[in-house]
Ligand binder design. Structure first.
Ligand SMILES: NC(=O)c1ccc[n+]([C@@H]2O[C@H](COP(=O)([O-])OP(=O)(O)OC[C@H]3O[C@@H](n4cnc5c(N)ncnc54)[C@H](OP(=O)(O)O)[C@@H]3O)[C@@H](O)[C@H]2O)c1
Length: 171
């Protein structure tokens, strides 16, 4: 595999996403990780430090702050961005912010998912199906990956065509 991978990891603050960041921090093939948070805004960029005051997402923030305790080899490897996967404008904005740093993403990993909430547990029988909860599930578990693909592809196509124009104007 070629080195210098640029990765977008959606949902990096806990569970599977956090574990993936920790793994990729040790992987020399991964050059940059753009990781997203929703409700738990990271206070450091390496890879996620629990903030006792859970903050509401600031969709304008690109949090690249670091602390002295971080490993200096990897402290710039993670760039945190706010993203709410249930909001298309939020997905679009985060991907636009990434485009300011890099011209393409090699891997996009969506680690966000909803299994249950305060009022609903995972269904174990068809009779437990609740249409409203089912739609909520689709909005978090299915639609976001398509919207992320839509905005990543749109952005990368635009950048490819800009690069081509620049290349042609050099001749
Ligand atoms: N963990 C497992 O062993 C396991 C096994 C099989 C399947 N799964 C499934 O895999 C999925 C992820 O599991 P997990 O354990 O990693 O979950 P988790 O620990 O609850 O992490 C969820 C992540 O998603 C983010 N998130 C939640 N809602 C969001 C939204 N609307 N927009 C953007 N980001 C959002 C959270 O960000 P904030 O923290 O910033 O809010 C967090 O980073 C779930 O569907 C789960 O059912 C998990």
């Amino acid at each position: 595999m070629k080195p210098n991978k640029k990765v977008l990891l959606i949902g990096g603050t806990s569970g599977i996403g956090k574990a993936l960041i920790e793994r990729m921090l040790e992987d020399n093939k991964v050059e940059q990780i753009f990781a997203t948070y929703h409700r738990r805004q990271p206070i450091t960029n390496h890879p996620y430090t629990e903030d006792p005051d859970v903050k509401e997402p600031d969709t304008k923030a690109t949090d690249t702050r670091a602390t002295d305790t971080e490993n200096t080899d990897t402290k710039d490897k993670v760039v945190w961005l706010a993203m709410d996967v249930t909001s298309e404008p939020s997905i679009k904005q985060a991907i636009e912010q990434i485009s300011e740093h890099v011209d393409h993403i090699d891997w996009a990993i969506n680690a966000v998912g909803l299994l249950h909430n305060g009022s609903h547990q995972p269904e174990k029988a068809v009779k437990q199906l609740d249409p409203e909860f089912f739609i909520d599930n689709m909005k978090v578990n299915a639609l976001p990956s398509l919207l992320i693909a839509k905005h990543l592809c749109t952005r990368q196509k635009k950048q490819k065509s800009l690069l081509k124009q620049r290349h042609n104007s050099n001749f």
